[in-house]
Design a protein. Sequence first.
Lengths: 239, 231
Amino acid sequence: MAAKRNSASKVRPNKKFLGYDLPGVKARELTGKLIVIEGADGSGRSTQIKLLVDWLEAKGYATTQVGLKRSSLASEELERAKNGNILNRTTLSLFYATDFADQLENIIIPSLRAGFIVLADRYIYTLMARDLVRGLDDKWVHNLYSIALQPDAVFYLKLSPEKLIQRNFMKNHTLDYWESGMDLGLSKDMFDSFVKYQKLLSDKFDEMRKSFDFTIVDSDQSVDSLNQELRNHTKKIIN
Amino acid sequence: MKNRKEKTFSQLGYPGRLVAVEGVDGSGKSTQIYLLKRWLEMQGLKVFFSEWNSSGLVKSATRRGKQQKILTPTTFSLIHATDFADRYERQLVPLLKAGYIVLCDRYKFTAFARDTVRGCSPDWVRKLYNFAALPDLTFFFRAPLDVSLNRILQGRPQLKYHEAGMDLGLSDNIEESFKLFQGRLLKAYAKMKTEFGLIQINANQPIEKQQELVRDRLAKVIDIKGYQLDQ
């Protein structure tokens, strides 16, 4: 399932699945583009996606947006499960995978077939990183998500945990239980836990870079200059 | 398929034991596991019974998916794996650690059969479930297809959409689709017999005769005297 790192700027001729083909889907019929934005809460993902959509639509491209926990199949129960903290790690992992697969098959693939540009606010990489820092088996996690479509580009918005904290506080003056990884018991102090957890995730992303094809983008810059950088990368894919 | 690394609960050193029954709908396996449960309970043993597709929270998502017919082979597989994982992590494993005999009406072999018949990769599905240990004993109730079909079609004429495999598009007629689907499942089970060492029970013989075979076999593999309550 490994992709070459240096192919970031090249146009990939055909879509393919990371491992197993989904039943009934011909990857070569998927003529649209799949662009993934990864990064922690506070790294600017949603702002950047909104700006990319404006820019793409102005150029006449049709877009679709997907994200985690947005499926019609599992999002409601996932939300309840998170609020009650009642599911164990394998179960939660599989539930997220269900939510992902539902969107993959019912939104992403039909959109790509129709020639849309799909912007994914997080993709399997966040889900994998979360599972892996929780100690789930590496091979098991890779197999679970081997049904995913390989994106045309993955932009990882990178920001230090310290800066992430500042941005989270600017937004709502509070840290999220799960985004702080409180279920891992890294620290009873939420601030410490957040910093430690985000560091673990960031290390995981660095590791995954070796087998998946990420473009790392420094998020510590102005909204506009960051978006310009993303546009420049995106141009290579859509032209 | 190389799955031989997977171990049973006994091999993993759990004090409890897990016994599963498998087979197509109408094979009589639920009756047999009920009688097995009664037999063990009446001896004052620590017994727990668990059914496929029964975890509270996940079930509501599964129900919606089935009602709205939005499930694909992959999400069908994943949502059932989620349900299984929930029961496995919160119920089966703790009870097995506490030394219970856990009886499962269907275990992961049901998923292997159904999901691969629906078109999922056999390798992917097996790996998906490899967080779960193998049962210490698995009975596969096997009857000729027309026998199990008759049992279902006589007793319960209202077939459910997914149970009949209507999502596979084998036939527009629900009864015809059910027959074709069950036939494919039976073949899938038969293939797993040697792969996982399932113990085949001829389900086309009197109920009490089958139960006798099951009890004998269980008593050989599990020293049931060691599972008394209040020890």
